[in-house]
Design a protein around this ligand. Structure first.
Ligand SMILES: [Zn+2]
Ligand SMILES: [Zn+2]
Length: 260
């Protein structure tokens, strides 16, 4: 009761507006937490301040739903039980073992990722990582096999320009919630690559080849790693990062992205 009164007061003193549609966010149209606690010894998320994205905008996000490709996690449109990978994966060799993405990279999600990356709205990482947490819980992803998590790194130049790594911001919340240790400053980019989004699909594999290395290879030897990224498009970047991990002796690499 007291909590609700305080929230109502906060709303009057500090009104919040949706970052996307600019509507004023009230107690009625704010996003509420629905995910039950993850069974692992993770922590519950801290109470989130109202006022980032309204419930209507969140409602426009298209969550991914099964059947998922057993390799890249894309939705298989024509489900054939004898073929559990999508058409794309039947002709592509990925270095990771499995990948998933919580929602479709379009509309509201595209706008939110853009705000996070290019307009420094780092506060959005909390809302976005919550979508990933919901996805992990809803589909009971077999993440108990993972020993630790690693975020896909940016090149040092991009990291300096942006001042933060959006994948690591997502990974911070997600790994705390599912109780996985986040290994920082190990996987690194050893050369600057062109932005994958500027290249056509076939050039992306060539562009990213050999871009990753590890500072401490022994830390991943024999371990199963959960790689975390914001967007999974062709899967070339995640695959190349998985290659570096496997070459260092990682036993398995799973990938979880916000969107694909
Ligand atoms: Zn809105
Ligand atoms: Zn696939």
């Amino acid at each position: 009761m007291l909590n609700r009164i305080l929230q109502a007061l906060e709303e009057i003193i500090y009104p919040h507006y949706c970052l996307l549609c600019r509507i004023r966010i009230t107690l009625e149209n704010q996003l509420r937490r629905v995910t039950p606690p993850f069974p692992r010894d993770g922590n519950s998320l801290p109470r989130e301040r109202a006022g980032l994205i309204c419930r209507d905008c969140i409602g426009k996000i298209k969550p991914n739903s099964p059947p998922f490709c057993q390799k890249c996690g894309r939705k298989i449109l024509k489900f054939d039980p004898s073929l559990n990978v999508c058409a794309e994966c039947s002709k592509t060799q990925f270095w990771f073992d499995r990948a998933w993405a919580s929602c479709s990279y379009e509309g509201v999600i595209k706008e939110m990722v853009h705000n996070l990356k290019y307009r420094n709205k780092i506060c959005l990482a909390k809302v976005l990582s919550r979508l990933m947490i919901d996805f992990v819980s809803d589909y009971r992803l077999p993440l108990e096999a993972c020993d630790c998590a690693i975020a896909i790194p940016l090149s040092p130049r991009k990291h300096r320009e942006r001042e933060f790594n959006q994948a690591e911001a997502l990974a911070d919340n997600l790994s705390a919630y599912i109780g996985l240790k986040l290994l920082k400053d190990n996987l690194k980019r050893i050369r600057d690559t062109k932005s994958q989004t500027e290249l056509e699909k076939s050039k992306r594999w060539q562009n990213i080849r050999g871009a990753f290395a590890l500072n401490a290879p022994s830390a991943v030897r024999g371990k199963t790693i959960l790689l975390i990224d914001d967007v999974l498009t062709t899967g070339a970047t995640a695959s190349e990062a998985a290659r570096a991990l496997k070459n260092a002796g990682a036993a398995g690499v799973y990938v979880l992205a916000l969107a694909n």
